[in-house]
Write a protein that binds this ligand. Structure first.
Ligand code: KIV
Ligand code: NA
Length: 265
């Protein structure tokens, strides 16, 4: 395999090839996702919801993110790995941000980090980039700020917030980010952002005018079923398939159908 690098992503945007990205948090799933040909794997802090069952992304710790990232890293041959800096590991000051990013890179072997926010974290991003660590930005709906927003609804519908978002995207490009995630904003605005910068814009709930798409793996596989935003396309209904398989196993054990003559020594 030819490895995907931050450079290949920028080249993909220039040539018009769309970028595919999914989350993964563990070895077994990452192995499947990488083998299927994904370009980028995000070890998202959505692990806080998907893996740990928290209501928000806020509780997950840096140590827990490093555990997930190192598991994913051991599985991959080709994909570029991006790891979220979790809430509380970069907001205090640029030095703390750099320390956290260095821990992720050293202790997990990841290739890059992602931070939520615009100009308020500009100095932290610069510091991390100066250390040679590639940074992906994240604008629009930023779940680590859920208690400031109050809801997970579409962001930047008002002109003032839209203008700020475009300025933030341009700033992220200027300081040297290699890509930006835009979460849950109007498709028209996302397209405008993608056209205003040369770095790839990866959307989630941001329409098809951007340079790539990202989804949470467990959502697109239909393993979760309470989360139903309009932007989510489910490629399988694993919630149902797994439930059926497990109930069948329970029945087979109870009825002594399992194990049969060929399934024992
Ligand atoms: O943590 C996550 O899964 C993310 C994506 C939704 C972009 O940040
Ligand atoms: Na995230």
């Amino acid at each position: 395999y030819k490895r995907v690098t931050v450079k290949s992503l920028v080249d993909m945007k220039a040539s018009g090839e769309k970028i595919s990205m999914l989350t993964a948090y563990d070895y077994t799933m990452a192995k499947i996702v990488d083998g299927a040909g994904i370009d980028v794997i995000l070890v998202g802090d959505s692990a806080s919801n998907v893996m740990a069952g928290h209501e928000t992304t806020l509780p997950i710790t840096l140590d827990q993110m490093i555990y997930h990232a190192s598991s994913v890293i051991r599985a991959i041959d080709r994909a570029l790995i991006v790891v979220d800096l979790p809430f509380g590991s970069y907001q205090s000051d640029p030095k703390e941000a750099l320390r956290s990013a260095i821990r992720i890179m050293k202790e997990s072997g990841a290739h890059s980090v992602k931070l939520e926010g615009g100009k308020e974290i500009k100095e932290s991003i610069k510091r991390i980039l100066n250390a040679g660590i590639p940074v992906m930005g994240h604008l629009g709906l930023t779940p680590q700020s859920i208690y400031k927003f109050g809801t997970y609804t579409v962001r930047a519908k008002e002109e003032e917030e839209a203008i700020r978002l475009i300025q933030d995207a341009k700033m992220l490009e200027r300081v040297g980010c290699f890509a930006i995630v835009l979460e849950k904003i109007p498709a028209k605005l996302a397209k405008q952002v993608a056209e205003s910068v040369n770095i790839p814009i990866i959307g989630i709930g941001a329409g098809n005018g951007v340079d790539g798409q990202v989804l949470v793996l467990h959502d697109m596989l239909g393993m979760t079923h309470e989360f139903n935003p309009r932007f989510l396309r489910r490629y399988l209904n694993l919630y149902e398939d797994m439930t059926n398989a497990i109930s069948q196993y329970v029945c087979d054990v109870k009825s002594q159908d399992f194990p049969n003559d060929n399934e024992q020594y």
